[in-house]
Design a protein around this ligand. Sequence first.
Ligand code: ATP
Ligand code: MG
Length: 587
Amino acid sequence: MSDKESIPLASNFIRGIIDRDLAENKFATKKWAGSPGGAAHQAAGHIDTAKIRTRFPPEPNGYLHIGHAKSICLNFGLARDYDGICHLRFDDTNPEKESQEYVDSITEMVHWLGFGWENGKESNLYFASDYFEFMYQSAEALIMGGHAYVDEQTADEMRINRGTLTEAGKDSPYRNRTVEENLQLFREMRDGKQADGSMVLRAKIDMASPNINMRDPAIYRVRRAHHHNTGDTWCIYPMYTFAHPIEDALEQITHSICTLEFEDQRPFYDWLLERLAEAGLLAHPLPHQYEFARLNLTYVVLSKRKLIQLVEEKHVSGWDDPRLPTLAGARRRGYTPEGFRLFADRIGVSKADSWIEYTILEDCMREMLNDSAERRIAVLDPIKLVIDNYEDGKSEDCFAPNHPLKPELGKRTIQLTKELWIEREDFMEVPSKGFFRLVPDGLVRLRYGYVVKCTGFEKDAAGNVTVVHCEYLPDTKSGTAGADAIKVKGNIHWVSTSHAYTCEIRMYDRLFKEAHPGEGERDFLDDINPNSAHTITAQLELALKDAKPSDTFQFERHGYFVADRKDSLAGKPVFNRTVTLRDAWQK
Ligand code: ATP
Ligand code: MG
């Protein structure tokens, strides 16, 4: 059993709900006509073969971040596990701030995480704005049922009359208009005869409800704005709280899963769908909303507003800066879809808000990369090692396994020569206690090569060691009979100076130095870690010259590194540090 199987998956209460619903055959009569639509449309369809339908409903107004990954893994994961379908739905009912660029990047990142929305010939990629006509008809149906009215109070009046948590609201003076009057005004709103902000359509529920969301919420507003999908067809737009339940219902969603801040909206969600079912526009079973705690992750910010600020104020290089918690950034950093899926399983789904330690995410990445990444050798802070008794110009094959746990991945050849690069920290003139690497007169094994004995060293004027000298013991080569004749405690890695790829490596660290950026009175920008990125010039084994963009490796003893997908050229990759082998932040 591997490590990851032995750690039990965290609980996910939504699975309990689905198990119960399926046991009760709740969706046995639910129909699906092959595309979204209301009762009349779905009635012509067949019994839905998807056991459940979930959806991931991003608003295309920004790039996806690690929080979204939790929601994606949850919704698509449930659909996968329960023989269902998860729709990708762009919740694009708000014309401002939405764009095709975001649509494209979201689509790409959901695919990248390993999920799809296709079911045979059905794509199940939807745009909420395609439902504007149905939403409009739904609003008219509410008006005709006496469940909605056009309100001409100013925004201020509406706010004051909404009441407070302890005080009931006051009815609008426009609340008792006739159906005819409401219908006429609402059509004038639609037809561009009313000014932006002059009136709204409100649901007529209960101004004294203890739940403020039920105090006649606004459901349509006049807004002359160009929409990325519908252009200038509409000058009225539905409010999110009105649009979202309808989107779910048209798509025959069974479990509409959202974050906790929508809990107080659930009564309106149910109220609205029941009214539309009464009006014959929708059929039972209706979708149900379930709320879970959003992901809060230490050392990052997961709010679109803050991410936009980081990008626009150039604290980072762009949306895919490898330090950002956007999925585009995480991918470029070398984080993997497998790592994210493991993370989602491991943190589970609950209703209790909490902070997840960033190290849990990093451990998931380490665990998956440990399994998948081939090993290579890199000297990150090089000094020269000269084997004085080794023949000039000679080069000798040494064999290094590509993966210690996967012998089937074979070995590769690396060249040993007289002059090598070794890690500066692998030599100590005056060794500290427990230092088992290279010291004057000491023995150490050159990994996959010979045992060498240190015979001297050179320093520059500033006192820094520049060259270490040694002699090799000819019978001790790894993999030969003599290899075990001399036992040494230390084992260091090296790269031949004449078979090296000199390369730029970006050493990334956390973008924030505080676990909870911006906590209390602090500005989150003041918590930025000033040392979150630096670039070094390293000496890598020659084979790494051929790494393709996004190829991932473990550099032995250092961590996981990925060839940058943007800046790597053919035969000239640059690498990003994804994560160290061990957590350096643990106190
Ligand atoms: P932000 O708060 O960063 O602006 P958002 O919630 O407005 O994000 P949406 O595009 O509306 O962004 O999100 C799409 C889906 O992702 C929603 O269902 C939302 O609940 C979910 N989601 C967003 N952030 C998180 C998070 N931190 N943890 C879990 N799910 C999240
Ligand atoms: Mg949102």
